[in-house]
Design a protein around this ligand. Sequence first.
Ligand code: PEP
Length: 256
Amino acid sequence: MKRQAIVAANWKMNGNLALIENMVSGLKGFTPSANVDVVVCPSFPYLAAFSAQMQQAPLNEHIHLGSQNVSEHNKGAYTGEVSTEMLKDVTTKYVIVGHSERRSIYKETSTQVAHKVNTVLAAGLKPILCIGESEAERIAEQTQTVLASQLQPVLDEVGIEKFAEIIIAYEPVWAIGTGKTASPEMAQETHQFIREFLAQQSADVANKVPLLYGGSVNATNCNELFAQTDIDGGLIGGASLKVDEFKVICSAAKGT
Ligand code: PEP
């Protein structure tokens, strides 16, 4: 079965207008491999500028804009929040939901993350749902239990059929921004668990869901990671701030 691959840049609270200009000019003329989408997720204030510049360049049709977060509410008295309609106004296609920094620093619960996924789907946008275990949980051999507990509320809220429109990013928390990467075998084993977990509900849907690996992916380790059967690309933090390195990582992804 054909499966979409995705490489998404999570700039976190980094970058500025100059980096957007660099990224757009670096990606001009860049063609992702067949069945690969490239997504750049700058901070909210830069989405509109990125959108305008990518249309002006223009960038390849498989290069998209993503946001790093969204409100679970559609509109109203939620000071400081950003809605899916606002994201759509600036041509955002993908939304990162439940990144481990949102879960740990801003105390987003898996239930709230599930509401956000639902809101994103209802708006016709594509959620990149982040899940992952901490180092202590990995050592205590709780990885699978933790991942299941992060996925189940989403399954309960949106149902298995909607997972065909969801992208899952498996990001072991201990590998994010630390330079420690899961070995390709360890990452594959965990991705396989995630696919099998979904397959308990629907093998067909499980086969369609792009599973991205995130956690200190760089130009050196991306080939081996992306070569794994159940790894369909990556969510890239630090290395996505370097335009040339990000392009190398994007080129390593192959849709199956
Ligand atoms: C991330 O922020 O999702 C991430 C994976 O960061 P890094 O690549 O820097 O580990």
